[in-house]
Design a binder for this molecule. Structure first.
Ligand SMILES: Nc1ncnc2c1ncn2[C@@H]1O[C@H](COP(=O)(O)OP(=O)(O)OP(=O)(O)O)[C@@H](O)[C@H]1O
Length: 290
C-alpha cells in the first residue's frame, strides 16, 4: 500500500485553510495521525476515503489519482473507514448489521457475507453477543461492531477516527491491541488525541497543526525531539520559564512539581527521559506555529 499526498490544500468557505500545502508519503503499517482540535485530521481522512476532494494538490493511493472518479471507486473497494461518530443500527444484531454492510460493499454471495461476518465477530470478541441487538451494547462493544464493519470486504487500508475516545481503560487497551494486530498486514491510519495509544501501537506518526505538517516520521524521532529539553522542576521553586510547555503537574511534599519541555530550564530542574507526550509538546514550543 502506497499513499502519496502532494501539495494538498483544502479551503472551506469563510474559514482558514483546513489543509495548507500538505505533502507526505505514508508507509505501510500502523500510522498515528495527531493534531489539536481543528488541525485538519478528519479533513485529511475524508480526503483519503474519497469523500471530499482537495481544493489544490493530489492524493494517490497505490498510484491511483483520487481526482478521477474511477480511481475513487477502485479505492473504495480496498478501504475500511470507521468515522468518529458511527452508530450501528440498534435494532440489528452484529451479524445482521455486518451482513447489511457486506451488501453495501458489494459482497454479493450471501454465504461469503455470512462467513466473513462470523469471522469478524470472533475477531473483535463479540461471538457471545453476535445474536443480541446492538441497542443493548456498551460503548466499547458498539465500537467493536464499528471496527468489524470497517473490516468487512477485507480492506487493505483502514482509517479510524478517534476510536477509543470515551472507552474505559480495559476496553481501550483491548481495542488498540486489536488495531495493532491489523496493522501487521495492512495500512491502518489511527487518528486520536490519546498519545499513549499511538505510543503503544504506531511506529510512524504524522502530526498536523493548523492544517500544516508539523512532524512526519518515526515515533521514536518525535520522542528524540524532546531529549535534553524535558525537565522536572524543583517543587520549592514556583517560577516557570516563559517558553516552557507544561506536560503535567504533581503535588508533592513541599510544593508542585512540573514536568516541562523547554530549552531554558529554571534553576534546580532535573533532566528526565522524554516520552511521546514530551515530544508532542516540544512541537508546540518550536515557534514556527502561525
Ligand atoms: N464540511 C466542512 N465545512 C466547513 N468547514 C469545515 C468542514 N469540515 C471541516 N471544516 C473546518 O476545517 C478545519 C479542520 O477541521 P477537521 O475536522 O479536519 O479537524 P480535526 O483535526 O479533525 O479536529 P478534531 O480533533 O476536533 O476532530 C476546522 O476549522 C473545521 O471547522
Amino acid at each position: 500500500m502506497y499513499i502519496s499526498i502532494n501539495h494538498v490544500t483544502k479551503n472551506f468557505r469563510g474559514k482558514p485553510k483546513a489543509l495548507d500545502d500538505v505533502t507526505i508519503d505514508l508507509p505501510t503499517g500502523m500510522i498515528g495521525l495527531l493534531g489539536s482540535n481543528g488541525a485538519g485530521k478528519t479533513t485529511l481522512m475524508r480526503m483519503l476515503c474519497g469523500i471530499i476532494q482537495p481544493t489544490e494538490g493530489k492524493v494517490f493511493i497505490d498510484g491511483q489519482d483520487l481526482s478521477a472518479s474511477a480511481s475513487r471507486r477502485a479505492v473504495k473497494g480496498i478501504l475500511g473507514y470507521l468515522p468518529q461518530h458511527v452508530e450501528p443500527y440498534p435494532n440489528l444484531t452484529p451479524l445482521e448489521f455486518l451482513d447489511y454492510v457486506g451488501i453495501l460493499k458489494g459482497i454479493d454471495k450471501r454465504s461469503a457475507r455470512r462467513s466473513q461476518a462470523e469471522q469478524l465477530v470472533a475477531r473483535v470478541g463479540l461471538t457471545d453477543a453476535k445474536n443480541r441487538r446492538i441497542g443493548g451494547f456498551s460503548g466499547g462493544m458498539r465500537r467493536r461492531v464499528g471496527i468489524a464493519q470497517a473490516l468487512m470486504g477485507e480492506p487493505r487500508l483502514i482509517i479510524v477516527d478517534e476510536p477509543t475516545a470515551g472507552l474505559d481503560p480495559e476496553e481501550r487497551i483491548r481495542f488498540r491491541t486489536l488495531l495493532a494486530g491489523l496493522g501487521a498486514e495492512r495500512t491502518v491510519i489511527l487518528s486520536t488525541h490519546i498519545l499513549d495509544d499511538v505510543a503503544q501501537t504506531c511506529p510512524y506518526i504524522f502530526v498536523l497543526g493548523h492544517g500544516r505538517t508539523r512532524y512526519d516520521g518515526p515515533t521514536g524521532g518525535l520522542i528524540e525531539a524532546a531529549r535534553g529539553r524535558t525537565w522536572l522542576t524543583d517543587p520549592r521553586s514556583a517560577r516557570l520559564p516563559e517558553h516552557a510547555a507544561v506536560v503535567n503537574a504533581l503535588t508533592v511534599p513541599g510544593g508542585t512539581q512540573y514536568r516541562i519541555v523547554t530549552d531554558t530550564p529554571p534553576d534546580g530542574a532535573e533532566p528526565v527521559e522524554p516520552n511521546l507526550e514530551d515530544g508532542y509538546m516540544a512541537l508546540t514550543i518550536n515557534k514556527e506555529t502561525p
